[in-house]
Design a binder for this molecule. Structure first.
Ligand code: UGY
Ligand code: MN
Length: 246
């Protein structure tokens, strides 16, 4: 039975948001030829970053100069080409980092989807922004989180001072959990890549599944338990390596 159109699992709160597929509004920017963009998280909510997906049609191209922004993008589905010192082949699980000032040029095959985390780079005196690079999740080691084999963490960006953000992939075995209710000043943007479970956000507990997006503001209490028969995999952003600011 179809869900009544007046019903959505999405919930937008002061310190967190769950954004589920039935409430997505696809946007067609005239300068993103053959691309449909869905913004999950933007600074309108209170975040200091944006998280969005771009879906490509045949000959679709996403091109722009990043200006003061930096980007970490992760290929959800499809193959294509990123212009970065020549043409780089990318496929599901590929990810790339681009620093401020870069000319982004991305062309993907029909139905491809790419997830973007984008923010103003927080520069530090005497520290140069990071260099651009492209890689694949299969090249990143999976480490047990705080010694727990049921929660494996992949850190996609190096944890060096020039990076002001982290983007990680967490994989939880069924029944696996975050080891504690976390409380921290860093914010998160999260996208569920596979599986399902229950996310605690502040004083609410939400069923979540593949395709759901979550925003967690600074100091939003957070906890997760993976349910079902398959592992949960989610990718998430957090601000890193900078003193807290007002
Ligand atoms: O890195 C983190 O803060 C991570 N453990 N949080 C999360 O998965 N909600
Ligand atoms: Mn956290």
């Amino acid at each position: 039975m179809n869900m009544h159109p007046a019903v959505s699992r999405s919930s937008i709160q002061q310190d967190h948001a769950l954004i589920t597929p039935e409430s997505h509004v696809p946007l067609n920017f005239p300068d993103r030829v053959g691309c449909t963009t869905v913004y999950f998280i933007t600074p309108h909510m209170g975040s200091a970053f944006s998280m969005y997906s771009v879906q490509f049609e045949d000959n679709g191209k996403y091109q722009k100069n990043l200006g003061e922004k930096e980007v970490l993008a992760y290929v959800l589905t499809g193959t294509g080409k990123l212009e970065l010192s020549g043409s780089q082949e990318i496929k599901p699980g590929s990810f790339f980092y681009l620093p401020p000032g870069t000319d982004l040029t991305l062309a993907m095959e029909n139905h491809s989807r790419v997830l973007f985390f984008e923010k103003n780079y927080d520069s530090l005196t005497a520290i140069h922004p990071p260099q651009p690079f492209v890689s694949h999740e299969s090249k990143v080691t999976r480490e047990p989180f705080l010694g727990d084999e049921g929660a494996l963490l992949q850190t996609l960006l190096p944890n060096t001072i020039e990076f002001d953000m982290a983007v990680n992939i967490f994989e939880f075995a069924p029944g696996g959990t975050l080891p504690m209710v976390e409380n921290h000043y860093m914010e998160h943007g999260l996208y569920v890549l596979q599986g399902s479970g229950v996310y605690r956000l502040s004083q609410s507990w939400y069923p979540v599944q593949e395709g759901d997006a979550i925003w967690m503001a600074p100091f939003c209490l957070q906890w997760y338990v993976a349910a079902g028969k398959t592992p949960t995999k989610y990718i998430y952003y957090k601000d890193m390596n900078r003193d807290p600011q007002f």
